[in-house]
Structures are given as structure tokens and as C-alpha cells.
Design a protein around this ligand. Structure first.
Ligand code: 5GP
Ligand code: MN
Length: 324
């Protein structure tokens, strides 16, 4: 029946799901609302199709996403079993799977569902819609194509993915298709106020304090067009903060009147540095991230770097100047 629908990547992905019985769904490291919402939604949909399915992520879900229906089903790679099929979700390259890559490597059948322009097409079946604002937009279409009933729980998960990847439908990646999906999901039970409260209005005190640190430590260079901030482990220790407590700082730096590019560098527990970059209107920060082995989107990208951080940050600022 599916063959008659044509051969688009989405249809092939639906056929892939119908053809296999046991799946591992893989969310990316340092998971965000899109990868988690999609992974939970697709897991619930596959259960409805009577498939065996496990959802895997190297890191635990940040607290703000624990409201997602089915989030308790998310397991760490060490607790996962081998499956014949694996689907990576919102992972632009294989490195984004982290330790879950071992399960991927063992699966005989692989699919990659994503929306990043930098996707390296690493799977047997690549379903990459670069015009989609969120992977949730793609998963929404996929579940619809599979004719699985989108209940309130699935709708909630997908709506969360849309909200978080579009900055509440405010970024330029938002299209009429994003709004169509959002409207449909609301009609199916997604509670937008509840989702917004969970994600944006339930910050622990440590998170607010880290925002304060980020705002105070930020430096503005190149006529204020570039905002730059380095958060060290000492900053985290001072407020007993975790990685997830720094979410949102980068957006605040970008939202300064003069800023076109914001760069946030966070020292990780193992001495590496996680770089997040955002642009406001036109600069391509993805091109910069790619020079360091990272990726993302033109206006939101990241990478991980090692080495002398003052040298690297100097390089990043020079690259940002050129991009402006
Ligand atoms: P964030 O700065 O919020 O971590 O990420 C912004 C965007 O860049 C997201 O779309 C994310 O998936 C992507 N991104 C962040 N870090 C990396 C990375 O190390 N590699 C790749 N390929 N993409 C990344
Ligand atoms: Mn995404």
C-alpha cells in the first residue's frame, strides 16, 4: 500500500517502520525539546503499531522536559538491548548520538530523521527536511502518514519540539507549515500554556543565577555586534549549577540591540568546551561551527573544542567578525 504512495523519503521512512519489528530510537547528546519530544512521540506511535521499541539518549532529560509523556521510557545506552532497526532523531551527524552510536552500529537497518542542513546522510535511509523548523514537523507528518492516531500525549510531545526549536514560533525558521502542525496538534490536545509553563516558566533558582552570571560576564566587541561569554566550571560550582541551567543564556546575549552574533562557551566536566552560537539576522554561524567539526543551522549552531581556550575564543571572534 505504501509503495503506491510514491517514493519520497517520508514514505520510505513510513515503509521502513512498517517493515521492521524492533527499534531503537536515538536522541542526540545534551538533548533539547525537539529531539526529546520527537523521540517520545515516535516511541508512543510505534507502541500503537505494536512494535517493540526503546528510546535511548546518552544524557538524562533536563528537568524542564520531564513533563513529556513517556519520558520515563528514555534509557541510557548501557541499559539498551540490540535491535534490528535504529532511527536517529534530530542528529545531524553520527557523533551526535554519543554512546548510543554502539547500538546504531549493531542495527542492520538504519534511518535518520532530521532537519539540519549540515546532516551528513549517514544512514541507509535519510529523511532530512531542511525546510522544517523542527524535527517535530517531520515526525508529525510521518505519524500522520502512518495513520497512527495522534492522541493528547503524542500531540504534547510534538508541540514541545515545535515550541523549543522555533523560540515559541518567533524565529525565521517558522513557516506556515509549522503553524499548521501546531494548530493541528492543539486541536488534538496539546496544551500550549501548560507546555510553555513547563519549559519556560519553571526555572530552578540555580538557572536564574547562571543567567545572571552569563549576562554579567558577557563581553561586547566589534562595536557591540558580537557578544561573547565564557562559563567555567568555577561558575557552575558557585551556584551548584548543571549544564541544563545555562539554557537560554545564549538567546539573551543575541537579543541585545547591537548584537548580530552571540557566542557562549561552556567548560565541560572533562575539560573540553561546548560552543553555542546564534545570529540574529544574516550571519552564518553554522559555517563557523563546521570549521570546528560541529554544525547546526545558519542562525543556531554549535561545536565542541579542546585546547587553549583564550586562543580558540580569539579565533572564534575573528571568524564572527568576518561573518558579519
Ligand atoms: P545549541 O547551541 O543549542 O547546543 O545548538 C544549536 C544548534 O546547533 C542545534 O540545532 C544543535 O543540534 C546544533 N549543534 C550544537 N552542537 C553541535 C555539534 O557539536 N555538532 C553538530 N553537528 N551540531 C551541533
Ligand atoms: Mn531540532
Amino acid at each position: 500500500m505504501l509503495a503506491a504512495m510514491g517514493d519520497s523519503a517520508l514514505e520510505k521512512t513510513a515503509a521502513f517502520i512498517l517493515a521492521n519489528d524492533d527499534f531503537t530510537l536515538i536522541a542526540h547528546v545534551s538533548p533539547d525539546g525537539d529531539t526529546l519530544g520527537c523521540t517520545c512521540a515516535l516511541r508512543l506511535a510505534l507502541i500503537k503499531l505494536n512494535k517493540k521499541v526503546q528510546a535511548v539518549c546518552e544524557n538524562a532529560a533536563p528537568k524542564i522536559y520531564r513533563f513529556l509523556p513517556g519520558i520515563d521510557g528514555l534509557i541510557v545506552p548501557e541499559n539498551a538491548i540490540a535491535t534490528s532497526a535504529a532511527i536517529a532523531i534530530d542528529c545531524a551527524d553520527e557523533g551526535r548520538m554519543g554512546a548510543a552510536k554502539a547500538i546504531w552500529d549493531n542495527a542492520g537497518h538504519t534511518a535518520n530523521i532530521d532537519h539540519h542542513g549540515t546532516n551528513t546522510m549517514y544512514a541507509q535511509l535519510n529523511c532530512v527536511a531542511t525546510s522544517a523548523a523542527a524535527a517535530a514537523e517531520v515526525i508529525f507528518k510521518l505519524i500522520t502518514l502512518l495513520q497512527v492516531d495522534i492522541d493528547k500525549d503524542i500531540a504534547t510531545c510534538l508541540y514541545c519540539g515545535l515550541v523549543t526549536d522555533t523560540g515559541n514560533f518567533a524565529y525565521s525558521n517558522t513557516t506556515e507549515h509549522t503553524h499548521y502542525a501546531a494548530g493541528k496538534l492543539m486541536s488534538l490536545g496539546a496544551d500550549n500554556a501548560l507546555i510553555n509553563r513547563a519549559v519556560y516558566r519553571s526555572a530552578p533558582i540555580s538557572k536564574r543565577r547562571m543567567l545572571g552570571v552569563g549576562l554579567v560576564k558577557a563581553e561586547y566587541v566589534f562595536g557591540g555586534k558580537i557578544a561573547y561569554c565564557l562559563l567555567t566550571r568555577a561558575d557552575y560550582a558557585k551556584f551548584n549549577a548543571r549544564d541544563e541551567d545555562t539554557e537560554g543564556i545564549i538567546d539573551n546575549l543575541r537579543d541585545v540591540e547591537s548584537v548580530e552574533i552571540a557566542i557562549l562557551i561552556r567548560e565541560t566536566e572533562d575539560g573540553a568546551y561546548k560552543v553555542s552560537m546564534r545570529s540574529k539576522e544574516y550571519a552564518d554561524v553554522c559555517a563557523i561551527a563546521m570549521l570546528y567539526g560541529g554544525g547546526g543551522h545558519k542562525q543556531a549552531a554549535g561545536c565542541t573544542v579542546r585546547g587553549e581556550i583564550s586562543t580558540i575564543s580569539g579565533e572564534l571572534i575573528e571568524l564572527a567578525k568576518k561573518a558579519i
